[in-house]
Design a protein around this ligand. Structure first.
Ligand code: 5GP
Length: 132
C-alpha cells in the first residue's frame, strides 16, 4: 500500500510544497494547528520513528532544525517552533510536525482547522522565500 504522503511526494495528491531534496519532502499540513504548520517527511516510507535508521532520523531532524524551522520562525514571527512526532492519524509514513508557537497551548491538536487557499498560498510563499 502506498501511503498518502508517498502520493503527495509523487505529485499524485497536490500539496503546498515547502522543501524537497533527495531524501526529504516538506509541505503545509492540510489542517494546520497554526498557520505555517509544516510536515517534514522522509521519502522512504517508514511507519514508525522507532524503525528509522539513526542516519535517516538525524538527516530529517537537521533539515528541520537548520533549514525549515528557521524559515517558519522568520515567516510567522513566532516565538518558538514546536517539534512533534505523533503519527496516530497517518500511521504508515513517519512525519515530523513543525508548528509556529505564540503562546502556551499552541501545540493543542484541537486547534487544527482549515485555512483558505489564499492564506495557505500566502504562508507557503513566505516560508519558501525565508529558506536560506
Ligand atoms: P498525525 O496525527 O498522524 O501525527 O498527523 C497526520 C497529519 O497529516 C495531520 O495533521 C493531517 O492534517 C495531515 N494530513 C493528512 N492528510 C493530509 C493530506 O492529504 N495533505 C496534507 N497536506 N496533510 C495531510
Amino acid at each position: 500500500m502506498t501511503s498518502i504522503f508517498s502520493k503527495i511526494i509523487a505529485g499524485d495528491i497536490p500539496s503546498y510544497k515547502i522543501y524537497e531534496d533527495e531524501k526529504i519532502y516538506a509541505f503545509l499540513d492540510i489542517h494546520p494547528i497554526q498557520l505555517g504548520h509544516v510536515l517534514v517527511v522522509p521519502k522512504e516510507e517508514i511507519g514508525d520513528i522507532l524503525d528509522m535508521s539513526d542516519d535517516s532520523l538525524s538527516e530529517l531532524m537537521l533539515i528541520a532544525k537548520n533549514i525549515i524551522a528557521p524559515a517558519i520562525k522568520k515567516a510567522t514571527n513566532c516565538e518558538r517552533v514546536g517539534f512533534s512526532v505523533e503519527g496516530l492519524g497517518v500511521k504508515d509514513h513517519m512525519h515530523l510536525h513543525l508548528i509556529p508557537l505564540f503562546q502556551l497551548g499552541d501545540l493543542n491538536p484541537e486547534k487544527a482547522h482549515t485555512e483558505t487557499s489564499e492564506n495557505m498560498k500566502m504562508i507557503q510563499d513566505k516560508i519558501v522565500s525565508s529558506l536560506t
